[in-house]
Design a protein. Structure first.
Lengths: 314, 430
């Protein structure tokens, strides 16, 4: 089966077959990551630029490890060394990078739409590592991978996402990705944290009442609450947020016995999750998500750079 | 210098004219309108068979960017673009650098337009000094030097108290206050319409209510102060309902729409994040577009304007959230109106003249221009049959940030005369 994508920017451009191909490829990369020498020559000779124009530790580290394990050459570009800080335009920066004859750009930017702008500027492969409040497709893929591993399939799985959906690029990709795979999606948040039109994301249900829907959920996906913004805050206090939307020991009796808990990290302990839930060996799959991130990023880079789904050894 | 414009269909509802005849122009005025005027001794004879000749069209919402932002547009290029679009007069907005908020800057624009302009330029001064929404600008002095209206276009006057003072003070001059309606506390960093577009694109929403609340406020203040009010670039169905009700009540309230809010919607902003479609107020829903067209049909909409907002290419090449708001429009509005409103029979030529010539002049309080002997010869001629595609190469403006590039249009302006002087002949700006 052919993988016909040049970029991983908008998850809605991917079919369920495309997504399954990435997940299956990711599972084959597991063996690489469990050897003593965790490296294969698969992408030797390819050059990938990690262009992170806003601070990122986790996503960037995950991409870097994935790149290193595939033996490609990498350049980290951005942050304080970013040309945009010096007044160079995005288009000029991209054209400069492309003149280095690189093969792929992994881009994180605080502005929505930047990955598409890059892809439209140069003939180069682009992976969106998070653009503004728009999308974060590799996060969605690693979430799907984790859910798949734990639940075995997606069909009619009830997934609830709790928290700051309006400002979440994770949701921008995760909600459509879950729908593509056949899940039922419930968004749980106060109206101040809901997007204007959740219906166009394909959402099945929205509610402000976590306790009413918790008993239905197979997967409870807790979003991180931004502690930073206090002015114009969408809720009165972290205390009240935690009372209404925090997943804690007191709420466990409402959950299905086999319901799992996801979180994109980093966790605010005591806000969206208490330690009992965050560390719960039966329910929390948060560290599995982190590991899945390496696998799906290796798979995405490999497939976009022309790999086939059955020949990982290259 | 005389010109003879032969065989066009002449349309002017002000004098009940809709007939094929010739127009003789002498000494800047219309000397005669009749059938088969002889061309003896006339230097400039134009055969306008198949074309439609109307009173010179006016665009009362234009950014000429001069003084201070000449890299985007200047008075020469902006008025050339106007002529190219079939416009014989513009009213330019004061958000320049420095702001047009005193007599000196009003005089600058007028004298520069006098020297290099390809159309008439009426000046809209700022309501408040520096458009900061605080201290009333020297409106009296600006009026004495020819300002025709006042607006803090681009941002609007935020405080209701400040807007009340502006309208109370302005009421003594009999000039209209033009209002850019945007409640900043509600709109914040809004980029696109709050709704489908903001959700789909992950951008901060610019809610319809951010516009409607200030329309409501300014109508109340017009009632309170007696000052005439003109709502600029109205975009929503409910906003239009507010204006409709104000008119019914008998208030001196008018409004304008732009071709981009009529013919483009939030659905046109695709995954390519085309920054030319980033405008303020934002493109709204398809239902809003339809409501605006209804407003044109029932007379709630007084004028079609462009909010021609030129920007340099490198500014519009920035990230969507960093790129400036606004698109150009003065070279495409006549074509879009002919194509999308006149051709399908939504309005007729007489109504087009009302919307683009008669009402705009009445709103800014300048003398009407009529197709009758003795009147000043400000004239626009359009060819309703020419088919063309909007392209970057075709613009006279310095800027190319049109949201209609690639759009197929039927009909465009071919000739303009201002004070009897040809500014465009056969589509070529003189």
């Amino acid at each position: 089966m052919a993988f016909n994508h040049k970029n991983l920017i908008d998850i809605t451009e991917y079919s369920s077959d495309d997504i399954m191909m990435i997940l299956k490829t990711a599972s084959r990369f597991k063996s690489v990551n469990e050897r003593r020498i965790k490296k294969v020559p698969t992408l030797r000779g390819y050059t990938i630029v990690n262009m992170f124009n806003e601070p990122s530790t986790r996503t960037r580290s995950s991409f870097e490890i994935a790149e290193k394990r595939l033996s490609c050459d990498t350049l980290n570009f951005g942050g304080s060394s970013s040309s945009t800080v010096k007044g160079e335009s995005l288009v000029d920066t991209i054209q400069t990078l492309c003149s280095y004859k690189i093969d792929m750009i992994i881009v994180r930017d605080k502005h929505a739409g930047v990955p598409r702008q890059i892809a439209d500027t140069c003939d180069i492969k682009v992976i969106d590592a998070g653009d503004g409040k728009h999308q974060h497709p590799t996060q969605a893929l690693l979430d799907l991978y984790t859910i798949w591993e734990h639940k075995g399939s997606f069909e009619n799985l009830n997934v609830g996402i709790v928290g700051d959906i309006r400002h979440s690029r994770v949701c921008g990709s995760l909600v459509p990705a879950l729908k593509i795979m056949g899940c039922n999606v419930t968004l749980i948040a106060p109206a101040t944290l809901m997007p204007a039109r959740p219906d166009i994301m394909g959402v099945d249900r929205t509610t402000a009442k976590l306790d009413e829907v918790l008993p239905d959920l197979d997967v409870v996906y807790m979003l991180r609450i931004q502690r930073e913004r206090l002015e114009d805050a969408p809720f009165p206090s972290l205390r009240e947020y935690s009372m209404l939307y925090g997943l804690n020991k007191e709420r466990e009796h409402l959950m299905k016995p086999d319901a799992i808990i996801c979180h994109p990290g980093p966790i605010n302990r005591g806000v969206e999750l208490d330690s009992y839930m965050a560390d719960n060996p039966q329910r929390s799959v948060i560290l599995d998500q982190v590991y899945s991130g390496i696998l799906v990023r290796m798979a995405a880079m490999y497939l976009l750079l022309g790999g086939v789904d059955d020949g990982i050894s290259a | 210098m005389a010109s003879l414009l032969k065989n066009a269909r002449l349309v002017d509802p002000q004098v009940g004219l809709d007939d094929i005849a010739d127009v003789l122009i002498e000494d800047g005025k219309i000397a005669k309108i009749a059938k088969d005027i002889q061309a003896d001794g006339v230097d400039d004879v134009q055969d306008l068979t198949g074309k439609v000749l109307m009173p010179g069209l006016v665009d009362i919402h234009v950014h000429l960017r001069d003084p201070g932002l000449e890299y985007k547009e200047d008075i020469e290029s902006g008025t050339r673009a106007a002529a190219h679009g079939g416009i014989t007069a513009v009213c330019c907005m004061p958000n320049t650098n420095p702001t047009i908020d005193n007599a000196v800057t009003v005089e600058y624009v007028k004298s520069r337009a006098e020297q290099v302009g390809r159309c008439r330029v009426f000046v809209c001064g700022a309501c408040t000094k520096g458009r900061e929404g605080k201290i009333i600008a020297e409106m009296g002095d600006m009026v004495a030097h020819g300002a025709v209206a006042f607006s803090d276009d681009g941002s609007g006057v935020q405080g209701a108290g400040a807007m009340r003072r502006v309208m109370e003070y302005a009421s003594q001059f009999g000039k209209v206050i033009m209002s850019h309606c945007q409640d900043n506390d509600l709109v914040g960093e809004g980029q696109v319409n709050e709704g489908a577009a903001s959700t789909r694109l992950g951008l901060v929403g610019w809610p319809a209510e951010g516009e409607e609340l200030q329309i409501m406020r300014d109508i109340a203040l017009s009632r309170l102060t007696g000052c005439p009010l003109h709502i600029q670039h109205i975009t929503t169905a409910r906003g239009l309902d507010l204006v409709r009700a104000a008119k019914k009540e008998g208030l001196e309230v008018t409004c304008e729409v732009t071709p981009h809010h009529l013919f483009l919607s939030e659905d046109d902003i695709g995954d390519d994040y085309n920054t030319n479609l980033k405008v303020n107020p934002p493109l709204r829903t398809k239902d809003d577009c339809n409501a605006l067209i209804e407003g044109i049909k029932d007379g709630t909409v007084d004028a079609i304007v462009t909010d021609h907002a030129p920007h340099a290419d490198f500014e519009k090449a920035e990230e969507f959230e960093r790129a400036p708001f606004g698109m150009t429009g003065i070279e495409t509005s006549v074509g879009l109106v002919l194509s999308n409103l006149v051709e399908p029979g939504i309005i007729d030529y007489a109504e087009m003249v009302e919307l683009m010539a008669v009402n705009p002049r009445r709103i800014i309080g300048v003398a009407p221009v009529k197709l009758e002997a003795g009147n000043v010869a400000d004239i626009t001629v359009v060819d309703p049959n020419v088919e063309w595609t909007v392209s970057v190469e075709d613009f006279e403006s310095k800027a190319v940030n049109s949201g209609f590039i690639g759009t197929k249009i039927k009909g465009r302006a071919t000739h303009t005369y201002v004070g009897g002087k040809a500014m465009m002949i056969d589509g070529r700006v003189i």
